[in-house]
Design a protein around this ligand. Sequence first.
Ligand SMILES: [Ca+2]
Length: 328
Amino acid sequence: MATVNMPMPIHKVIYDTDPGVDDAMALVFQALHPQIELLGVTSVFGNSTIETTTRNALYLVERFAPGVPVARGAAAPLKCAAPAPVGWIHGDDGLGNLGLQPKTQNALDTRPAHRFIVDTVRAHPGEVELVAVGPLTNLALALEEAPDIATLVKQVIVMGGAFGTNGRNGNVSPAAEANMHGDPDAADIVFGAAWPVAIVGLDVTESTIMTTGYLAKLRDEAGEAGRFVWDVSRHYEAFHRSSVALEGIYVHDFSAVAYLLAPELYTTRSGPVRVLTDGMAAGHTIQKPAGFAAPAPQWDDRPACKVCVDADSGKILELYSKTLRREA
Ligand SMILES: [Ca+2]
């Protein structure tokens, strides 16, 4: 085939993240994958405070992606108070209570995350892919400061939301997924902007599971990265065992990275998406179905987003393990 010597496409990624155990596991993958060039990591409140998530981002970059800048992002959502850290899920330190600390702050960029995003997108027009796996505050602030970036970004891939597939409507409340609930106003802004958006929500992330056995195999076969993934996921796995009786963990944030590299592994549905911004269902995501007959003025003037409703879990898990074992 003539494709043998074709250069592999490189994805220029800004990873917007609230590390977080699953955030960390997805970052290790990105650092190792030959088709991903990390232009920067931007932190946001979410799983923990901005101080903790930024420290964790610095640690992860120092250890796994040296040379990549880290920009500190929003400490709180646009309009509401910051949520309390979820130590019972990710550990009090956000990374499984392993006591990890960066040796230096050298990677820390002087700009706030939203300005780092604006500058980086303008420096690479049409090329940057934003992979956002925390509350969407930094992206909304970037749009507010520089609306022109919407047409300069290649695509936005969001881990978040829940659209009712197999009864999945939320995890932080019966109506909302955590990243949407963390800043519903920001999410509604991001889904309404003129950039291509793909949403990878609980509909698919809860159907892809790394079992204890899968993680143990990574520990034994994937070197330092595999041992780190095992260690950092012990507390997170215990949470899954006690809360949903799962012998393993849901694959939330990595699912957005898998979509970046292999969108063909997902079935998507296209249509405008709104996010409820207040009330008991704040953070609830609603997509207008294709062919919906009645007028829907709150949706009709907004761009279509792709919402993932099914996924090839086996291939997604294989992508992760092969990359960590450096067989990609
Ligand atoms: Ca996250």
